[in-house]
Design a protein around this ligand. Structure first.
Ligand code: GRF
Length: 202
């Protein structure tokens, strides 16, 4: 399965997806890494690994216009799926519906808890014993959509938002590649997937 990855910055999740794809039994390959910032560090890494990249600043363009540019790049690269990996832009409804059931995101919380930003601080402030990360199918609502996989990470005494984020990030790297691989394998049965998405039963 051909996957396009969208990033905005460092791209460590993208790198984890890419390295996992090197294993001969991995059912997906990364065909494009695109960013809404031409200076995103992850683009340099992807290019050094021999992956096609595209970077363009979204500033000055309407959301739907910019998303149409990204969409065209993904289609040109032959992407069948999109993996959001630290992509810090809301997506237009047109883009989301164009990739319905074929776009995943990783979020650093145990969804449905703590959508949006500052998830680690929110978990600390709430006094939670565990935080974690989730991979979900992208729908029109931010950090919503059926959850495909989660990993719990313990909150330790003395944790700060930064120390917790660093520990969760390691779990993210494991979870995302595994969940994406499972997803593209199961998705070979389209009726099964579409029914699950409709029922929100994944
Ligand atoms: C990750 O924590 C991801 O869960 C969140 O943004 C961060 C991106 O980090 N959505 P990276 O660019 O993958 O290193």
């Amino acid at each position: 399965a051909k996957v396009g990855v969208l990033i905005s910055g460092r791209g460590s999740n993208m790198a984890a997806l890419l390295y996992a794809a090197r294993h001969p039994s991995c059912p997906y390959e990364i065909v494009l890494v695109a960013a809404n910032d031409p200076d995103a560090a992850g683009l340099t890494l992807a290019a050094a690994e021999g992956v096609a990249t595209f970077g363009q600043n979204h500033k000055g363009l309407k959301r739907a216009e910019f998303d149409a540019i990204i969409d065209a790049q993904l289609r040109k690269a032959g992407a069948e799926y999109v993996a959001l990996a630290g992509y810090m832009r809301l997506l237009s409804p047109e883009f989301v519906s164009g990739w319905e059931g074929r776009m995943l995101n990783i979020h650093p919380s145990l969804l449905p808890k703590y959508k949006g930003l500052d998830t680690h601080q929110k978990a600390l402030d709430a006094g939670d014993s565990h935080a974690g990360c989730s991979v979900h199918i992208v729908t029109a609502e931010l950090d919503d959509g059926p959850v495909l996989g989660q990993t719990e990470v313990a909150i330790l005494p003395g944790d700060t938002a930064d120390s917790l984020a660093a520990r969760i990030l390691i779990a993210e790297h494991q979870l995302y590649s595994r969940t994406l691989a499972d997803f593209v394998t199961r998705e070979r049965q389209p009726e099964w997937l579409l029914n699950k998405v409709r029922e929100r039963a994944l």
